[in-house]
Write a protein that binds this ligand. Structure first.
Ligand code: AMP
Ligand code: MG
Length: 410
């Protein structure tokens, strides 16, 4: 059985080998009136600087622009000949023996090669006394020092967050070419399921996986395609899966264990699917299935809600990222101090519902009591998963452990 790391690497390798060659379809989005329209999208072009940044030699302090040689020693007294402020430069030349008052963000006047900060200067009538020696090159940034015209400021494949949008704005890009969101078909299987807006009979349960999956798809940058529930019979399951295969990725839940009514793998096999794994050494989530069917990546996630959530995060998120032209990052695990001892059973890795907090500044994690992988409430009491690797299952209180944050929470 594959470890979760190996299974995740398998998803990435197989999708790259089979699907990465054609770049993802793209769309151009105009966002000047609503930047949230491109937030989180994957940029599908190299965004380049339209000019040098800064576009002029820019002051980084409030102070006085001068020739450094004029204030080689503290105590130099220079004649004040004008000011330069952001947006309104000083038009003249800083001649020997003179200085210009300058504000942060203002252009360094011609002739000057240094700035002495306000804190070290004192105005005396028409002059300024520099209480500190000036240093050539101090407190300004040269034109083009941050970015040269034509240089890439956002690399293709980067996810657009607020800093990326700020730089797009800086270089005057009101529209960006981004990858189309991969469409992820979401289909739950199970005769016991009713839709969330229906009243279940005693032995029925509401379909919550479709809802959590839609949220997880959106958080990962995909577009959920809600296909409801398929019953546990071969013919109807097949018809539903055929519809699901119209999307770019298929995420099925339930019906992947070894029970008499666990039919997903059988149906997929009959449809010609090729499987890369059908079990992973994790709890929850062991029966997770990954294959390709009709050229599309298909995930059969176990139906228990916590298993569905964990396996989606581990295996489906990288698929969505790859199909949007974004290279998946390694799983972003944090380190936190365990609030209690742990002793988990071999031979699996465990993803336990947990809560991380920072009571005294340092991250502390505590597992939350749970009744197994059907217990959604245990997750809601926390904010992360405590990851217990197969290689180390026993911990003393106070040892450092790995934490997988719940996507979107922090
Ligand atoms: P299965 O993987 O089909 O054996 O389902 C395992 C458990 O998860 C059963 O208790 C199911 O009732 C439950 N389950 C399956 N699918 C869903 C779903 N879509 N929403 C909520 N619970 C589910
Ligand atoms: Mg089932």
């Amino acid at each position: 059985m594959l470890s979760y790391e190996a299974a995740r690497a398998k998803v990435i390798d197989v999708i790259c080998a089979r699907r990465c060659a054609p770049p993802p379809p793209t769309e151009t989005i105009e966002f000047a009136d609503d930047p949230s329209r491109v937030l989180g999208r994957i940029v599908a072009e190299d965004v380049r600087a339209d000019r040098n940044y800064p576009p002029f030699n820019r002051s980084t302090r409030d102070g006085f622009a001068l020739r450094a040689a004029d204030a080689a020693q503290p105590g130099a007294k220079l004649r004040l000949i004008g000011e330069s402020r952001a947006g309104v430069p000083f038009g003249g030349l800083v001649e020997p023996g003179t200085c210009v008052q300058i504000m942060t963000g203002a252009p360094l006047p011609r002739g000057a090669n240094s700035i002495v900060m306000n804190e070290y200067a004192r105005i005396e009538g028409e002059s300024v006394v520099m209480e500190q020696a000036a240093r050539e090159g101090a407190h300004f940034i040269l034109e083009g020092q941050e970015t040269r015209v034509g240089e890439s400021v956002i690399a293709r494949g980067k996810r657009l967050s607020y800093a990326e949008l700020a730089i797009a704005a800086q270089v005057g890009r009101t529209r960006l070419v981004v990858a189309k969101k991969p469409r992820v078909a979401i289909l739950s299987t199970g005769d016991e399921l009713v839709a969330m807006d229906q009243t279940p009979a005693k032995y029925q349960i509401r379909n919550s996986n479709n809802v959590s999956l839609a949220a997880q798809v959106a958080l990962a940058g995909g577009e959920p395609v809600m296909l409801g529930t398929a019953p546990d019979n071969l013919a109807e399951l097949r018809a539903h899966i055929e519809r699901a295969l119209e999307a770019d990725v298929v995420a099925l839940t339930g019906g992947v264990s070894v029970g008499k009514y666990d039919l997903v793998e059988q149906v997929l096999r009959e449809m010609g699917a090729e499987f890369y794994f059908d079990a992973v050494a994790i709890r929850p989530g062991k029966p997770a299935v990954f294959g390709f069917c009709h050229g599309k990546p298909v995930f059969g996630l176990p139906g228990n809600p916590v298993s569905t959530m964990v396996t989606f995060e581990l295996f489906v998120v990288p698929a969505i990222e790859l199909l949007s032209g974004h290279q998946p990052d390694p799983l972003a695990l944090l380190k936190a101090k365990l609030a209690h001892p742990l002793n988990e059973k071999p031979p699996l890795a465990h993803f336990l519902p947990a809560r991380v907090s920072w009571p005294e500044g340092e991250a502390v994690v505590e597992a939350i009591h749970w009744e197994g992988s059907g217990d959604i409430g245990s997750l809601v009491k926390g904010n992360c998963f405590l990851v217990v690797h197969e290689a180390k299952l026993v911990y003393a209180a106070g040892e450092m452990a790995d934490v997988l944050p719940r996507r979107g929470l922090f």
